[in-house]
Ligand binder design. Sequence first.
Ligand SMILES: [Zn+2]
Length: 384
Amino acid sequence: MGGVTILRIRGRVLIGPDETRGDVWVVGGRITFERPTAARDVVTLDGWVLPGLVDAHSHVGLGLAGAVDDKTAEEQAVADRDAGALLLRDAGSPTDTRWTDARDDLPPIVRAGRHIARTRRYIKDFAEEVEPGELAGAVRREARRGDGWVKLVGDWIDRERGDLTSCWPADAVRAAIAAAHREGARVTAHCFAEDALRDLAEAGIDCVEHATGLTEDTIPLFAERGVAIVPTLVNIGTFPGLAAQGEARYPRWAAHMRRLHARRYDTVRAAHDAGVPLYTGTDGGSSLPHGLIGSEVAELVTAGIPVDDALAAATWSARRWLGRPGLTEGAPADLVVYAADPRRDIGVLGHPSRVVLRGRVVARTPRAPGAASRPSRPLSPPFE
Ligand SMILES: [Zn+2]
């Protein structure tokens, strides 16, 4: 696959919502809309083209037991890449994956450092665990390790209460978010339930992961403050299985998880309709395998998000949000080719016919059968 210097992408290139172009050329790894003068040794790809998809909630370097070795981290990044996810926002990883930056066959990663959790209030060995007085200091440390993001665990099961509760007092999150912003980093937080959301939004948080606990009380606040959400619906789909495992010891928690799951589509659609910015993320790397970006976009459509908006959440708007270009003149040629129009058949996103990263074809169909639909492994349950 090496050696190709000029690609001609012939078909419909979706460069923005409602904006398509005809031929696009790839020269020296970059996009150009001008036909090269010496167009020899041209490889032509036909189809429908999107900018490289964004998986805004991925965990390269994280496995069920915490940190993984570099070979496993590489396999995770390759699985995302081959599914068409060519820009990853890593939502917390205990592994130093900086070495991937030197690999032009792996997708760029926007890192959030390591998760920051309250002591014994998250999955064992995933996070840096601190108490509220240490939170701002931990945020400063992780901000310096990341690429402009910090990841908090905002709520988790409280074993004494037997339910999801907020992990942090309001004054601690205010100080922590202010500290991150002074470092030039944005902050996101894992939140399943309702009660952490108001404090986080009022403290100026930039994004919330999962956000299943949004209600008619907090959705307007998120919309007004421009707090983004990454719903990770493919992960929320695992809630009933988790609830069944935890039922005996934590019946209140299990019932809560089931309620959040039951209203997940209504929650996401209501947030979208109210103007809350939302982006696609899969949570690949801990509870779920990598490579599920196509399924996540399809889930947004199932939730009732208009297909153009679901595509924007995975492409144009998500790239703008992360400060990376789409298919513009001179941009890195990171694009995905499909055999059908994804606006008419969202299912095609699970089966890219070609994946082009930095101007090189890195993956082509057929992919390993079922690679995007492997059943999820259960999350190491919080009740163990
Ligand atoms: Zn995650």
